[in-house]
Design a protein around this ligand. Sequence first.
Ligand code: F6R
Length: 242
Amino acid sequence: MEIIILPTPADVGRVAASLIARVVNEKPAAVLGLATGSSPQDIYRSLAARVEAGELDVSQASGFALDEYVGIPLDHPESYASVIARDVVEPLGMDPAKVRVPDGRADDIEAATREYDEAIAAAGGVDIQILGIGANGHIGFNEPTSSIASRTRIKTLAPSTREANARFFDDPADVPTHCLTQGLGTILDAKAVVLVAQGAGKADAIAAAVEGPVSAMCPGSALQLHRHATIIVDEAAASKLT
Ligand code: F6R
């Protein structure tokens, strides 16, 4: 695990974007693992600026989102399909046909999640997976107690995660109770992972993920088992590291 501590959230986004740009420049048809939420927004903005400046071309790359809510329409502005289209595919000029999000509306969820993992494998695996981390240590929506070997599946969102994500919805009661998420095992299969965290609210989770025991109680700690994991944090998120 490599830990990079930087002064500001903008620095975190810029340096993480450099890692991703390097992968895409070396392999234009790279497979990107895409997170949603606030944490990767500076990464996407920084990548979009490079695309705009003609320094980066992501048009041949493909992408797999980490997760999706169950129980909201595909065209809901906060479905991760909508968020990925708005915040990633459009600004980066990715090919929408090459970007997939788990299907939270599938009739047969088990088949849909199994097929999602098969599609990642068929694409040759994720070259670089972008991750944020929840205040309770979740990555993807693998909440505490998730198996480190887990694959893409349906999960119940922790009450604290629903509360944290209520900021994206008009009414806290509208936050879905369930989601589909890549499993910890699926995430660990990525060739490289880059996790970003900003702010004091993530300091406990970062300390537990980086310095705590590898434990299902802190899903982010599973990244200690990965051979090419980079954790990029600002000083506030690093404040509880020893
Ligand atoms: C999002 C995801 C989640 C978020 C985490 C942190 O696709 O999988 O693990 O990364 O909930 O969310 P933010 O970045 O909004 O603090």
